[in-house]
Design a protein around this ligand. Sequence first.
Ligand code: NAP
Length: 630
Amino acid sequence: MDVLPAGVAIKSSVAIKPSSAGHRSEPLKDLYHVGEMPPIGHVPKQMVAWLIRQERFGEPTKAFQVEVLDVPEPADDEVLVYVMAAGVNYNNVWAALGVPVDVIGARLKAGEKEPFHIGGSDGSGIVYKVGKDVTNVKVGDEVVIHCGSWDRNDPVVTAGGDPMFGASFRIWGYETNWGSFAQFTKVQAHQCLPKPKHLTWEAAAAYMLVGATAYRMLHAWPPHNVQMDDVVLIWGGAGGLGSQAIQIVKAAGGIPIAVISDESKVDFCLSLGAKGCINRKNFNHWGMLPHWKDTVGYNTWLKGVRTFGKAIWDVLGERRSPRIVFEHPGETTVPTSMFVCDTGGMVVICAGTTGYNATVDLRYLWMRQKRMQGSHFANDEQATGINDLVIAGKVDPCLSQTFSWGELPQAHQLMYENRHPHGNMSILVGAVSAGLLNTADQRAAMRGLYEITPEVAAEAEKAEKAEMEPEDIYARPRHGIPAGGEFVDQRPAGEVMHQGVITCLERTTVDEVARSMVENHIHAVVVVDAQGYAVGVVSQTDMVMARQGRAPADVAHLTAVDIMTPDLITCTLAASVSDVITTMTRHRIHRLVVVQEEGEHLRPVGVISMTDIIRQMMGYANPAAPRDPA
Ligand code: NAP
């Protein structure tokens, strides 16, 4: 079932010509319903797509809207693919928000004409049209699409180098337009690989972006390409990247160990081939390294990281360290990854989900001769590498949930709110239902469904709108504020902090937040969501950084949620001042939110800042409680 913008009707029977399937005549139309596959090779004039526009940047449920537009024309080295299913990735949450990069603005600046973005960096489908220079695929081929695109005249490419190092490299459906969230997508022919025949369209659309990224990380950085018997530590083992990495390591004869945050993920990781799992919630040494001058903090960290290292040995049953550490959380885990990595080993990283300022104790780096290697998506060879493993049945796409076409914004909203299921998610686009394996299945499933009159189209539109109501996928409970850890030492934070917190809502404008700071003489405001849970902090630094390099008009539409530092770094009332200092220096922040347990949640009751500590050192009393305008 499709979703059409108001006022759009689909007209049938523009002309009649024999379909290339051969058996019967089909009416040719200028626009088809989503799920109503045109005759193979017939490219209609128009298509339906989920578009992001600059004027509606924001949360995915607001940013994505269905529109009808002309089908693009493929260039000589490009093909047009009729999309059967599309994968969901975090990059199009960023595209919807318009931060940290306004992808539409960037492309307009580079000379492109379209003032919109069609996202989607994973997809499966059928080739409908090929450019004149295309030789690797033909009309009717069933394909999966990888998201690496580059200019074939890029000097790095013409010199035979890795296109991933070329200046023209772009992620299709994020950095480029015309992604898979539309009936037709325009891709470079080399991005198309054979669809694994045993997979449904939705499973085939789920794995390529994360799978090829993991494949490059594990196979492309010699001498650290994973080999027989190599121990590999994999962060987020139940996540999109991690679930692929476990299987790739296993297929190469290595020994994957998964890090997870919930015991419910253990069976999933073991079923993929992990030797064992380590629950990171059993440790609390995360975050940036304590400063080496902070002896108390550094020694506490050392104790934590050594216990974590011992957990690896416990899984293995012997004292061996990982030759490869598969990194992506970034700031909070890199110090640990560098420490536990074996002498002469490699930490390979493709993201900084928790932050970008990773810290390294250089003494371990040089003395133990370890290596930290950045890695980004993949080239054709590596995309083929993961596809061959999937075709051979050695890697499963780990499809967790399939959404209908109408639920595309909600699927991204779940990801934005970090409430998505583990594994990888897909959206049905052209596939008329889930569970179909090929073009013939699609034709059979369409039979009897598409006798389209304007009345039927209007009814379908109405039904689809009702179907879009998102109650089901919002049923899961929201977490409270994460705690920063348990602390021990002399004076409790409760004695030194200043009482009370000033809050604002996620949608409070940046101007209002600034006014609140100035009027209340404070340096940070806690951001709360509609349910009253704290979700982040806007500090004066965040405020100033938001203005850096942006025109005033661009800042005007920003709200607290756009510029806040997500999640609160907290301490309890009883936390010691010395541990508070360690936590602040490790996170390079100047204040912690002090929380009190309240049922299963933590309630912010005050703020402790470096200034408060200095006041105490100088013998001044605690400042008066600030007024909370919210
Ligand atoms: P995902 O499915 O959400 O999985 C990420 C996993 O990280 C989660 O399952 C979580 O597992 C773990 N995690 C979350 N917070 C953590 C923390 N503080 N410490 C340790 N582990 C933590 O996401 P994904 O698809 O695997 O992608 C992960 C990151 O890689 C994202 O930032 C994505 O944008 C990036 N990425 C980059 C490329 C590239 O080409 N450069 C390609 C794909 C993805 P537990 O809670 O169970 O530990």
